[in-house]
Design a protein around this ligand. Structure first.
Ligand code: ATP
Length: 366
C-alpha cells in the first residue's frame, strides 16, 4: 500500500544545472507509472530523488502521508531495480536473494520461506543453486527483481531494467513484470526511454523533456490526445505525420508548397482558434490513414506520390510525398501501390489534430 505525492519537485545539481523543474504527480496505490523521455530529460534524476539517493533541491515528496525529503533510502519502504543487475557473482541465486534479509537480521527459516515464495513468483525455483554467470540475461534480471520483491517493499523503483536484454527477452520480461505487479500489487515507478515499453506496461505515463513534464496520461490518452508536438511525435512508430501551414477559411494550406487539405465540417471551434494563428501544424498518424474510402464519417481524402515502402510482414509502411511534404501511411501488407505513382488515402476527422506551430501546443476548442 503506497500513495506517492510529488509536489513542485526540483533538482539543481551542485554545478548549477537545473535538471528537474516543478515536477508534480500524484501516484495512486498499486499504480504502475512509467516515466519516459529522451536521454537527459531528467527521469533517472527524479527516480533517484524518490529513492533517496539524490537530494531534493525544492518541493515535497510524500509517501503515504509522510514527508520523505530527508528520510534515508532504507527508511522509505522502497526497493530499487537497476539496469545492471548488480548480482554478487560469487554467490548462488539463493544467497543473492537472501543477502539483504541476512544483513537485516532475519532468521534463516524466515529467509527460506521468503526465497521460496519469490522464486515461485518469478519461476526461478530450479536455478537457486546456480551462480549468476550460469544464467541468461533474462534469468539474471528475474533474480534482480527477486531481490527487490523479497523485501516486501511497498514501492518498486525500476531504472531501465530491461535495457541489457535482447529484443525477445525484453518482450517476455515486459509481460512478466506486469504479471508480477498484478500479483504483488506494489506501487511501481519505472523509467525507460522506450515508448513501446511505456505504452505496453503503464497504467499512466509521464512524458518528460528537458527536465519538464510534457504530459501525464494513460497510454490511450497520450496516443489519441497528445497535448503538444513533442508528445505526438514521441509516442507512435512511425511518427505522426506533421505538415506545417495555416488555416484559411475551411482549408489547411501547406507552407512548403501551398498544397490544400480541405477541412470543411471539421470542429469549427478548433478551426476558429487555428485561424487566429500565424502558423499551425496538421497531424495525423500513419496508421489512421485508411486506403478504403471512409463512408460513415467526415474525412480528408488525399493523394501522395509513393517513394519507398517498408514491408514488416504484418504491416506495410508506404513513404512518399503529399506535394513536397514527407508522409507515411501504415497499412495492411496486401495493399496495392506503385513506386513513383499516386496513392490515395483517407483520414477521418476524428484522427486529425491541429497544433500551434509557435507554442507547439494542441489547439483546443476553448
Ligand atoms: P538517460 O536516459 O540518459 O539516463 P535521464 O532522462 O535519466 O537520461 P538524468 O540522468 O536524470 O537523465 O539526467 C538529467 C540531466 O541532469 C542530464 O542533462 C544530465 O547530464 C544531468 N546530470 C545528471 N547527473 C548530474 C550531476 N551529478 N551533476 C550535474 N548534472 C547532472
Amino acid at each position: 500500500m503506497a500513495q506517492i505525492k510529488l509536489e513542485n519537485i526540483n533538482k539543481i545539481y551542485d554545478n548549477g544545472f537545473h535538471a528537474v523543474h516543478d515536477f508534480n504527480l500524484d501516484i495512486k496505490d498499486n499504480e504502475f507509472i512509467i516515466m519516459v523521455g529522451p536521454s537527459g530529460c531528467g527521469k533517472s534524476t527524479t527516480l533517484r530523488m524518490i529513492a533517496g539517493i539524490e537530494s531534493i533541491s525544492g518541493g515535497t515528496l510524500t509517501i503515504d502521508g509522510t514527508v520523505c525529503n530527508n528520510l534515508k533510502p532504507h527508511d522509505r519502504g522502497i526497493a530499487m531495480v537497476f539496469q545492471s543487475y548488480a548480482l554478487y557473482p560469487t554467490m548462488t541465486v539463493y544467497d543473492n536473494l537472501a543477502f539483504g534479509l541476512r544483513i537485516a537480521g532475519f532468521d534463516e527459516d524466515e529467509i527460506e520461506v521468503r526465497v521460496k515464495e519469490v522464486a515461485e513468483i518469478l519461476g526461478i525455483e530450479t536455478y537457486l543453486s546456480r551462480k549468476p554467470k550460469a544464467l541468461s540475461g533474462g534469468q539474471q534480471q528475474r533474480v534482480a527483481l527477486g531481490r527487490a520483491l523479497i523485501r516486501h517493499a511497498k514501492v518498486f523503483l525500476m531504472d531501465e531494467p530491461l535495457s541489457n536484454l535482447d529484443a525477445i527477452q525484453r518482450v517476455n520480461m515486459r509481460s512478466e513484470i506486469r504479471r508480477i505487479h498484478q500479483r504483488v500489487g506494489a506501487t511501481t515507478i519505472y523509467v525507460t526511454h522506450d515508448q513501446v515499453e511505456a505504452m505496453t506496461m503503464a497504467d499512466r505515463i509521464v512524458v518528460m523533456k528537458d527536465g519538464y513534464i510534457q504530459q501525464i496520461g494513460t497510454p490511450k490518452e497520450l496516443y489519441f490526445k497528445p497535448q503538444n508536438l513533442f508528445v505526438a511525435g514521441f509516442i507512435g512508430d512511425p511518427q505522426m505525420n506533421f505538415i506545417y501551414g495555416k488555416i484559411d477559411g475551411d482549408k489547411f494550406i501547406a507552407k512548403e508548397d501551398g498544397s490544400v487539405i480541405d477541412l470543411k465540417g471539421y470542429n469549427e471551434k478548433i478551426l476558429k482558434n487555428a485561424r487566429k494563428l500565424d502558423e499551425v501544424v496538421i497531424g495525423f498518424r500513419p496508421e489512421c490513414c485508411s486506403v478504403e474510402e471512409i463512408t460513415d464519417a467526415p474525412h480528408i481524402s488525399e493523394t501522395m506520390k509513393v517513394e519507398v515502402s517498408e514491408m514488416l510482414g504484418d504491416t506495410l509502411n508506404i513513404y512518399g510525398f503529399l506535394g513536397k511534404n514527407h508522409m507515411v501511411v501504415r497499412t495492411n501488407p496486401f495493399t496495392k501501390y506503385t513506386v513513383n505513382e499516386d496513392f490515395k488515402f483517407y483520414v477521418s476527422y476524428d484522427h486529425i489534430v491541429l497544433f500551434d506551430a509557435k507554442s507547439e501546443n494542441i489547439i483546443n476548442e476553448d
